[in-house]
Design a protein around this ligand. Structure first.
Ligand code: BV8
Ligand code: ZN
Length: 242
């Protein structure tokens, strides 16, 4: 029996499943991952730009990076991995998708039971009056950094930067589900960013199973019951013959 057949058998016998995704699930949609070779922008890496300090020092530069990402994401379409995860939500009664991605592609593929623990690139938050706005648009260069229509305060991307806490209500719901679900499927994450990377360990510790889909082994591989190495989109096509 191949690893994919084993995963198929395990997954279709579950009543509850958590799925944790990272940038790798959107790679086949043409979106650069953070730590892959295509992950740089003007020779910066995410950890230098996705921080409150970078934004304080140079809000225009940080917004140019986010606007550049918005442009790529708006041209991108969900791939079979996004649709396969949506299918899992349909067939497994107790289901939760936890994504580190801010690209909105899971929602575009139809996922509903989703928690975006690092926020969403198309939502802005005013640094002065806290007003949030969701709009799938690209700003014109002269609009950067954008200002609040309400109070003219500086707008920021409504995402979680390095050194910022995850929303505690959201993370509490994630942990509540992780502590009761039978298994977690980890797709396309290098599992180096915390606290997201700690979620599979909670599942494992209370006797749940851990399954992994990635191009290569990660830290999660050592606690995985099944690891499948390959492109997530292609693997989901084989899982569901999408
Ligand atoms: C917090 C949103 C505490 C923004 C992101 C030392 C110094 C400073 C901080 C720390 C430190 N050590 C630990 C920390 C904490 C830090 C952290 O973990 N840092 C890491 C880098 C060590 N974490 C934080 O700061 C978090 N907050 O700890 O707060 C706190 C508490 C109370 C009060 C105050 C503070 C916040 C972390 C969130 C950061 N925000 N993004 C944005 O997107 O712009 S992180 C960013 O990384 C993305 O969200 C991304 O999703 C996430 C994880 O990366 P991956 O998704 O895994 O992507 P990556 O490129 O790494 O890997 C892709 C994977 O896919 C690879 O494995 C590849 O093989 C695979 N792949 C590629 N193609 C495919 C594929 N797999 C399958 N198919 C394919 N086709
Ligand atoms: Zn405002």
């Amino acid at each position: 029996m191949t690893e994919i057949d084993k995963l198929k058998k395990e997954i279709f016998s579950l009543n509850s499943l958590c799925v944790l995704t990272g940038a790798g699930v959107s790679q086949e949609s043409g979106i650069p991952t953070f730590r892959g070779k295509d992950g740089l922008w003007r020779n910066y890496d995410a950890t230098q730009l996705a921080t409150p300090y970078a934004f304080q020092n140079n809000p225009k530069l940080v917004w140019e990076w986010y606007n550049w990402r918005r442009e790529i994401i708006l041209k991108a379409k969900p791939n079979p991995a996004h649709y396969g995860i949506k299918k899992l939500e349909e067939i497994i009664s107790d289901f939760l998708l936890v994504t580190q991605n801010v690209d909105d592609l899971h929602r575009e593929a139809g996922s509903n039971k989703i928690l975006e623990i690092h926020g969403n690139i198309f939502r802005t938050r005013c640094t002065k009056c806290n007003k949030k706005e969701f709009e799938k648009k690209i700003f014109k260069n002269e609009e950067l950094p954008p200002r609040c229509k309400n109070c003219n305060g500086l707008l920021r991307p409504d995402v979680v930067w390095f050194g910022e806490p995850i929303d505690e209500k959201i993370f509490a719901s994630v942990l509540e589900f992780a502590l009761k679900c039978e298994a977690i499927l980890v797709v396309g994450t290098s599992a180096v960013v915390y606290p997201a990377a700690s979620i599979p360990y909670y599942v494992k510790e209370k006797g749940g199973k851990v399954f992994e889909i990635n191009l290569e082994p990660t830290q999660i591989s050592e606690i995985s019951d099944i690891s499948i190495f390959g492109k997530a989109g292609e693997i989901f096509e084989k899982l569901f013959i999408l």
